[in-house]
Design a protein around this ligand. Structure first.
Ligand code: AMP
Ligand code: ZN
Length: 110
């Protein structure tokens, strides 16, 4: 999608600090980290949010990537977050999973 920043990261027209990439998924460090480790995992195909996912393979590809990344980085304790909709805190309308780690994470979240 033309004006989507995460599509631009996925097709390498906007730079990112990448962590993982395969043909379906790319993962990169968040620009504004909320924890010592804050990684975003996105599908290369544009999909605005979780509610718009019609192909469950997308979710499998994303969570497979999450597993690979945390194993590669020796992260045992982490939180995955998918904000869906403005009032949940979603600001970029291209589906993404946050991986947060490296500090004690509060529950319930704010
Ligand atoms: P959300 O609020 O769940 O939509 O998450 C969007 C995340 O994308 C925020 O944590 C932002 O800091 C992050 N972000 C926005 N633009 C970029 C970018 N160009 N590179 C890396 N992270 C970004
Ligand atoms: Zn997009």
């Amino acid at each position: 999608m033309q004006d989507c920043i995460f599509c631009k990261i996925a097709n390498h027209t906007l730079p990112s600090n990448p962590v993982f990439e395969n043909d379906k998924v790319i993962a990169f460090y968040d620009l504004n980290p909320q924890a010592p480790v804050h990684i975003l995992v996105i599908p290369k195909i544009h999909c605005p949010s979780l509610i718009d996912v019609s192909d469950n393979n997308i979710m499998k590809d994303l969570f497979d990537a999450v597993q690979t990344i945390v194993k590669e980085q020796n992260i045992s304790d982490f939180r995955t977050v998918i904000n869906t909709g403005k009032s949940s805190g979603q600001t970029v309308f291209h589906l993404h999973i946050h991986i947060l780690a490296g500090r004690n994470l509060l529950w319930p979240p704010g």
